[in-house]
Design a protein around this ligand. Structure first.
Ligand code: LER
Ligand code: MN
Length: 278
């Protein structure tokens, strides 16, 4: 019913081969690759995926300060739009249907100029990238991150309003249950409200560990996804319990923990999906 994957960046510096072997072993359908198109050897990756019978479900854009879609400096913005288009090309080459976009980078706590101006910049950037994505049959899913990671888009409702203003069918929203646990009054209501534009889902528990280890009511979440007719990717994005997600991912020597979380996540969600579908 869902297509299960895990996002690559959570495995830090680990060899892609090790991550793919893990995902295949625990019954995943695919992987979400980190959006670093400049470093990409598409042919090699396609071969590796084929060997493990895995697909590339999506590309997780990595939004650093130089990739700020909302920035007042047109050079920075142009660079960010170019980056998203490169991720779209990467998605097209690897058969991925979704590229994740975050309108302001991780670590940006407020606007350089004004919120209004940066919102308008984000709309224009996403419109240009969205038209390009549409021509390649790829979708851009706006991700709302919690207030401690970035500003501008912190809730699904705001992501939905941004997508609405962009006004291109290829641009929609995604849900990340970890961020939603911090920002939404009700995750199931938030999911229902954006249902027509919901294009992608990230799963982690409230501690950001694997689903089922914390207090998120995933039975309710999965039931809601089934009820609203969501049939897309369910991508695991678990981490150990630390503040900076990218630093956590850079830790090495965590193979056993990755195995444990990868298995725990898919077993938990799959069982809930099975129950919700009957
Ligand atoms: C970062 O917190 C996150 O959730 C990733 O999906 C970044 O796009
Ligand atoms: Mn996420």
């Amino acid at each position: 019913m869902f297509t299960y994957s895990a996002t690559q960046w959570i495995f830090g510096n680990e060899e892609l081969e090790t991550s793919l072997r893990r995902l295949a072993r625990f019954g995943y359908d695919g992987v979400e690759l980190a959006g670093e198109p400049a470093k990409l050897d598409a042919a090699a990756i396609r071969e590796r995926l084929g060997e493990h019978r895995l697909v590339c479900t999506s590309i997780c854009g990595i939004y650093t300060a130089e990739r700020d879609l909302s920035h007042p400096d047109p050079t920075v913005r142009g660079n960010a739009v170019r980056y998203v288009k490169d991720c779209v090309d990467m998605a097209e080459t690897l058969g991925a249907s979704v590229v994740i976009v975050v309108p302001t980078p991780v670590g940006k706590g407020g606007p350089v100029t004004t919120r209004r101006e940066e919102w308008d910049n984000a709309v224009a950037s996403l419109r240009e990238a969205g038209v390009y994505a549409e021509s390649k049959r790829v979708r851009l899913a706006i991700e709302a991150l919690n207030r401690f990671e970035t500003y501008l888009v912190n809730t699904l409702d705001v992501a939905n309003r941004l997508a609405e203003e962009v006004g291109v069918a290829s641009v929609g929203v995604m849900a990340d249950l970890f961020h939603m646990n911090i920002e939404e009054r009700s995750s199931s209501r938030a999911l229902r409200d954006v249902a027509p534009r919901l294009m992608h889902v990230h799963i982690a528990d409230n501690t950001r560990e694997a689903a089922g280890l914390g207090q998120t009511d995933f039975a309710e979440v999965v039931r809601t996804l089934v009820e609203i007719g969501y049939r897309g990717n369910v991508t695991m994005e678990f981490l150990p319990r630390v503040a900076n997600p990218y630093e956590a991912a850079e830790r090495s020597g965590s193979e056993r923990l990755y195995d444990e979380y990868a298995k725990q996540s898919i077993d938990h969600i799959r069982e809930l999906a099975r129950r919700a579908a009957v």
